[in-house]
Design a binder for this molecule. Structure first.
Ligand code: NAD
Length: 386
């Protein structure tokens, strides 16, 4: 089949297996160049197939020589459609890692479910015995509870309408977007999906099954961002879920203190991923941020961020944290001079100057790369087996 990108707004309906493999290969090559660092040896990554979770898996494997088990929720190909990018990424990663002598196995299914937790525990028991790190990198639109109740997460404000500039992803024009407030039910549902409940369930069940190493570290990813996006992010429904996630990190550390388990929130940089492109207003901020950070030589992708996590932020004597015990990988993004410049450009930006003031090329390059497209060394006119 010859595969072409079919982009609909913030999603691409197709993925290219060779391009996804290239994406993984480039991330591996980055970590190999960075060299080895001391770190975890047996890592469970929940949400391991794309974005930050995939980069974590690659960095742990090639940076710390870790064995990994990944959990993902991805679709294989059928006669009518390609697999999802995460499926191709994971196939490629397992092939590379296995060829290089690393243990890497993946479970494809709903991480919120009891069955997947049980399967994971069995796999840990039969393969590595115990894990010394658990990374929670889920970005999910919904959660199905054991009784069948479904909670859907929403990206809305809390309180009132929020109107601001927004990038129309269909034609790269600057428009205005208004995001309305969530109902109390929607707020609670978003916390159920993207808060810390399920993270804590994982840690509790892994520990009860005896597959969590003493002094294991567990990390969940979060985002804060600039005041500009507070109404839709930090103070919005997703922000409340992230606050719950943070509170859960404190709870986990307290409740499992006798076992020496430490839970951290790691605040990452804003980056184009499948999850983040869906948030209104935010993609325009990303495109301006990319421009400013690239000009200052500070731009990073998921893999550079995760390289820095293992090399600079997780040390043998503990994690480097801020006053709230959070690991900050958004430290470059949040520097005053970067934020100042971004805000200056934000005020000036319009449809006429968007290409000058924002890095639309970089935004779209990251977007297409996520689905395995627009790699200069891949021949997209060739038939590929999906
Ligand atoms: P992503 O969409 O690239 O990855 C999500 C992962 O979760 C995939 O591996 C997917 O298969 C998996 N997943 C989704 N639902 C699942 C389910 N029910 N069961 C099992 N696996 C499931 O997203 P991402 O941007 O890498 O986000 C990961 C985390 O990082 C999130 O917590 C997000 O809030 C956080 N984060 C993202 C950014 C950003 O700008 N992208 C910044 C800071 C923090």
């Amino acid at each position: 089949m010859i595969i072409e990108p079919k982009v609909r707004g913030f999603i691409c309906m197709t993925a290219h297996p060779e391009g996804c493999k290239e994406n993984v290969a480039r991330q591996i090559s980055y970590i190999k160049k960075l060299g080895k660092t001391e770190g975890p040896k047996r890592v469970l990554i929940i949400g391991a197939s794309t974005g930050y979770g995939l980069a974590t898996r690659i960095a742990a494997t090639y940076g710390c020589d870790a064995s990994t088990i990944g959990i993902m929720y991805e679709k294989p190909a059928n006669d009518r459609r390609t697999a999802t990018p995460g499926w191709y990424n994971t196939k490629a990663f397992e092939e590379f890692a296995t060829a290089d002598g690393y243990y890497a196995k993946t479970i494809n299914g709903d991480a919120f479910s009891k069955e997947i937790k049980e399967q994971t525990i069995e796999l840990i028991k039969s393969s590595m015995g115990k894990v010394d790190m658990v990374v929670y990198s889920l970005a999910a639109p919904r959660r199905t509870m054991p009784d069948g109740t479904i909670y859907n997460s929403v990206l809305k404000t809390v309180g009132g309408n929020f109107t601001n500039k927004s990038l129309n992803l269909n034609n790269n024009t600057i428009t205005e977007a208004t995001i309305g407030p969530a109902t109390e039910e929607e707020i609670q549902a978003t916390i159920k999906v993207m808060g810390g409940d399920d993270w804590k369930d994982w840690i509790t069940e892994l520990d009860a099954a005896g597959v969590l190493e003493e002094k294991a570290v567990t990390i969940a990813y979060s985002y804060i961002g600039p005041k500009l996006t507070y109404p839709v992010y930090y103070h919005g429904t997703i922000g409340l879920a992230k606050e719950h996630l943070y509170n859960t990190s404190v709870e986990i550390t307290q409740e499992f203190s006798s076992r020496g388990i430490k839970a951290y929130i790691c605040v990452n940089k804003a980056l184009v991923t499948q999850a983040s492109s869906a948030i209104p207003v935010v993609p325009l901020y990303f495109a301006i941020l990319y421009k400013v950070m690239k000009e200052h030589g500070l731009h990073e992708g998921c893999i550079e961020q995760m390289g820095r996590l293992f090399h600079d932020k997780l040390t043998p004597v503990g994690a480097i944290v801020d006053e709230m015990n959070r690991i900050r990988l958004d430290d470059y993004e949040m520097q005053d001079h970067i934020q100042h410049k971004v805000m200056e450009l934000w005020d000036q930006i319009n449809t006429e100057n968007v290409n000058e003031l924002a890095d639309l090329t970089g935004y779209w390059e990251d977007f297409y790369h996520m689905f395995g497209f627009r790699y200069e060394n891949i021949d997209y006119s060739k038939d590929v087996d999906i």
